[in-house]
Design a protein around this ligand. Sequence first.
Ligand SMILES: Cc1cc2nc3c(=O)[nH]c(=O)nc-3n(C[C@H](O)[C@H](O)[C@H](O)COP(=O)(O)O)c2cc1C
Length: 171
Amino acid sequence: MMKSRISIRKFENVTIPDRDIEDIIEIGTKAPSAGNCQPWRVVIVKDAATREKLAEAAWGQGFVARAPVILAVCAVPAESKEKYSERGETLYVLQDTAALATSLLLGAHFKGYGACWVGAFDEETVTSILNVPAEMRPVALIPIGIPDGSVTKKRKRRPLSEIMVRECFAK
Ligand SMILES: Cc1cc2nc3c(=O)[nH]c(=O)nc-3n(C[C@H](O)[C@H](O)[C@H](O)COP(=O)(O)O)c2cc1C
């Protein structure tokens, strides 16, 4: 099931029931986080005008607005700093929110929806559009919707033989 996940950038013009959005976010929160800090918040954006603004902030990636829902993943560095000082603030918080974003993608796929991780956006503009508090950082936008039936293309991956390192790297 999880082997078939791909980024979806074409959506049907159909809304997503709130209970499915909630389910996807709940699956997202099963992601691990350092010390179980869960230094994240998820903004649920359904309003069409706001979606348009976010697509513009994402350097004109129009498909972002064409999804009925965008989840904006926000990191809360101070919550990681409290427990893990600089390593928490600069590393764990980003790893934790990346794990959340991945779980959201898998959750969407599991529920039969398509989604895409969008990281290319102007952070200041997104912060202002969503009124994100100063102590948080928007780190990913995840447009979600019913995949347009025509998207089936498999994505290339490095062969396992290149990735799998037995015991240690050769000297
Ligand atoms: C950190 C990060 C940022 C990304 N930013 C974008 C983006 O701005 N726009 C986009 O269309 N895809 C974006 N992607 C999705 C990747 O392009 C995609 O995951 C990759 O090409 C592999 O394809 P697949 O997800 O279908 O397997 C991003 C993925 C990651 C992890």
